[in-house]
Design a protein around this ligand. Structure first.
Ligand code: SF4
Length: 445
């Protein structure tokens, strides 16, 4: 049996692998966000015998049993299960040397509703938080196997903000206050236990910027060895934030100050910015590059606005295309993930002020500037030794190579070159990330 989890970005490759596996006689089962949204596609194009929609943790046992009998159903509905039913991964089956880091999920779902994001629609807006015991046990198992870098692969590691609690208090909603406080208390409990793991553990996660209003939370993260967080900054202007329904973020100097707060608690930020928003103008690129530099963020990614399936943006875009849908190589442009990468449109909406090419070039220039040797070297100042600073340069360059070119490159030769380069650089990095196996490590109580 071959199980393939896909998101929109790797769906096409997943389908290729699915077809190959089926030709060689395997039962092929697809799951993941994209298969949940477009189950027919995996059946028609990916050689799938079956597709699991929604959470796979519980329904997987039924899929296995049916395949063992030789009678898989074409569709299994996993739904949204409760956190107590989430299953830890079977890490002992993973070839240790093929991975730089491992990932563990502690909470599914996000209460926000950003227009470009599908998480709140597919995983739901109610945070489903795993018990501290099960998360810690999984992380300890990873440390026993020699994984030192572990991503807490959450939709939003800070699911309850202080503002949420204040709001519930103002509304006098006692049940809600209790619920929110208990989620928050469990987060602190988890972080207190993480703090007892070996001190060379490096954890990182995804979080909203609101966490910076909450010094006690950031302090707990620091003690828990959560050393990095992806923060969706998206835009540096209030108009841009409104464009993506993310006006809980800050702009301008307040934004710089807020991002620096993470750094003051020793949390390194990977800032994520979006270009091509309707309110963006040529000067927005320069302003964003300047904010990224001033805000002392350690890494940054600059992506072009793309409507992904399952998002509010996608629904709006698909509707705007109308009934006369163009196609590329026989694939309608409303299914861009099925178009080979090099021929895929890079911009979806006509922009009110700039051409697609201008946005692409300006985006590329911001990547080039942020990851120039001069700026990487400046950013590496927090490291004490020359060796660590050189390692930081290497990692920054890999990151830039893996994401900058793959996102916006227009020709396939450049894309292939950049993937090869990133792979080649990744090899020496494997040693930097690996930890000593600790088979005797006990679960901290
Ligand atoms: S972008 Fe982040 S904050 Fe917004 S809905 Fe998605 S996970 Fe939540």
């Amino acid at each position: 049996m071959v199980g393939i989890g896909i998101h929109t970005g790797n769906a096409l490759r997943g389908y290729e692998i699915g077809k190959m596996a089926r030709e060689r006689g395997a039962f092929v089962v697809f799951g993941g966000i994209h298969a949940t949204l477009y189950s027919e596609e995996a059946l028609n194009l990916g050689g799938a015998h079956a597709v699991v929609k929604g959470d796979g943790d519980v329904i997987w046992a039924a899929v296995l049993a049916d395949c063992a009998k030789g009678t898989p159903k074409s569709l299994y509905l996993g739904g949204k299960i409760e956190a107590s039913d989430f299953l830890p991964a079977r890490w002992e089956l993973v070839p240790r040397n093929s991975y730089m880091w491992a990932s563990v999920q502690t909470v599914r779902g996000c209460p926000k509703h950003c227009s470009f994001c599908s998480v709140w629609r597919t995983d739901g807006q109610r945070p489903r938080q795993r018990s501290t015991d099960s998360v810690i046990e999984e992380i300890v198992q990873l440390r026993r196997l020699g994984f030192r870098f572990i991503a807490l692969a959450d939709d939003n590691f800070y699911p309850v903000t202080l503002t949420d609690i204040e709001l519930a208090m103002r509304q006098g909603d006692t049940h809600r206050i209790e619920e929110l406080r208990s989620i928050r208390a469990e987060r602190f409990d988890l972080m207190a236990r993480l703090a007892l793991l070996p001190p060379d553990t490096v954890l990182y996660t995804q979080i909203t910027m609101e966490a910076a209003e909450d010094p006690s939370f950031l302090e707990a993260m620091r003690k828990a060895n959560i050393k990095g967080a992806l923060v969706g900054v998206e835009s540096v202007t209030p108009e841009g934030l409104k464009d993506v329904f993310k006006d809980f973020n800050l702009a301008g100097d307040n934004l710089v100050e807020r991002l620096r707060t993470f750094r003051r608690h020793d949390i390194h930020v990977l800032g994520s910015f979006i270009f091509g928003l309707p309110s963006d103008r040529p000067q927005t690129f320069e302003a964003t590059a300047a904010v990224a530099q001033r805000a002392q963020i350690t890494f940054a990614q600059f992506v072009m606005l793309t409507p992904f399936p399952g998002t509010v943006d996608f629904a709006k875009w698909e509707k705007s295309v109308g009934s006369e849908i163009q196609s590329v190589g026989g694939v309608p442009i409303t299914r861009p993930w099925l178009i080979p990468h090099s021929r895929r449109p890079k911009m979806y909406w006509p922009h009110p002020a700039m051409s697609a090419d201008e946005i692409r070039q300006r985006t590329q220039a911001v990547w080039d500037r942020f990851y120039s040797l001069k700026f990487i070297w400046q950013r590496s100042r927090f490291l004490k030794t020359l060796r660590s600073r050189l390692a930081f340069i290497l990692i920054s360059k890999i990151y830039r190579q893996m994401y900058a070119d793959t996102g916006i490159a227009t020709d396939s030769a450049r894309l292939a070159r950049s993937t090869r380069w990133a792979r080649w650089l990744a090899k020496p990095c494997q040693h930097l990330f690996a930890g000593r196996p600790m088979p005797q490590l006990q679960v901290p109580l």
